[in-house]
Design a protein around this ligand. Sequence first.
Ligand code: FRU
Length: 477
Amino acid sequence: MHDIPPAFRPGYHFTPRRNWINDPNGLLWFDGEYHLFYQYNPNGDVWGDIGWGHAVSADLQHWEELPVALHADEHTLMFSGSAVVDTHNTSGFAGPGETALVAIYTACRRNPGGLQNQHIAYSTDRGRTWTKYAGNPVLDLGLAEFRDPKVQWYAAGGFWLMAVVLPDQHRVAFYASGDLKSWRHLSDFGPAGSTKGIWECPDLFPVEWQGGTAWVLKVDVFHGHVSGTTGSQYFVGHFDGVRFTPRPAQAARWTDFGADFYAALSWNGLPEGSGGPVWIGWMNNHRYAQTTPTQPWRGAMSQPRRLALREDAHGLLLVQEPLAQLAARRTGHTQVAGMRLEHGERAWPLADMQCDIEARFALRDAREFGLRLGAADGDHTLIGYDAASGAVFVDRSRSGLMTDHPNFPGRRAAPVEPGPELRLRILVDNCSVEVFVNGGAATITELVFPATPAATLALYAGDGGVDLLSLDLWQLA
Ligand code: FRU
């Protein structure tokens, strides 16, 4: 069977061959392979019949799609969750000489208002086939909203640690287990930060900070995100083996300022010396995901992002950057020498919509400046800086095809700390733009669907001038 020509198919972001995906699930490194599971509908290109799809990669860049790992059944959907390598066979699922991978996920009954509880499944063949545990559920509170368990090995306490969300209560609950089968409640966190919409998909991970460890707790919000749609917030604090306590005087912060970075999850079990946590997000938005103009697939993952902490005026900041190995995909290189631009624009031809752009600016008196992908009189996306608000923005008001949601067009902005220089790293991949500001201090992720591919990249400045210090553009294979 041949696929229909795939409109807007990304060249270097993961998409399924066909059909619908949402959240990344069960991210795991084991025996030389990075596993990416994801919410997947094997029967269509809208949300439904949800189970876990599966792909593997040796480098977090090139993915091989494998058969579906966990199927929905007649009564139950397999919602989001995580997976661990049970190295010491605490679960007893491994036979002699085997290592079990264990997935911990939410089973959601199909009937309206259906019960949600936590189940496990295991694999002893490197994640190729999965067996649902006969003793499921392993954690059940009799609730209709209780989901998205993130489990990891908590070495300091010698137990498995689960962060799981009570969406309508705006709480993340923590549980401990010795065998992944019986769970003991430790504590709850929340409500806190943004509570306008339900909470989903918690992630909790340690990040090295000043020779010690700080903990980041991320949780997605279904309403009330800075983008006007869905998105995520995070807290930085301390996990003491029982509870998570945010750092004093540190408020919740937005993870990404765009509309299309959701349900991010960090990899479990990264090999020693990997250089800190790495996560990936669903590059889409439940508000309009079902009407994005792609086929025969729907939904993509973001680029995997390396995570670190940095101190700024508001406390500790989560810094996100593309992985170093993305640079290995760079091909054609265009370098533009530094220049001063006084009110106007300079344009260059763009070979295609798969590129990696690095630009450095020295701020002068322009009211607004930035880069335009596409011609001014055609479909285009602006990635710029607005001096009045001191913010970097992505503006997709005129980016091309829209979705059914009135908030799809618009400008999404991330405030930046003032400094003499502004650095932008922009990953463009046919239907997406990911912007990393000042070394990942802020990110903006947005989908765009230009009806005519952007054959132009322009530098523009309005009401004043700006100095472009350097601009490098690579095509990405
Ligand atoms: C987030 C989410 C999760 C849930 C899954 C269902 O996108 O709503 O809370 O587990 O998607 O597909």
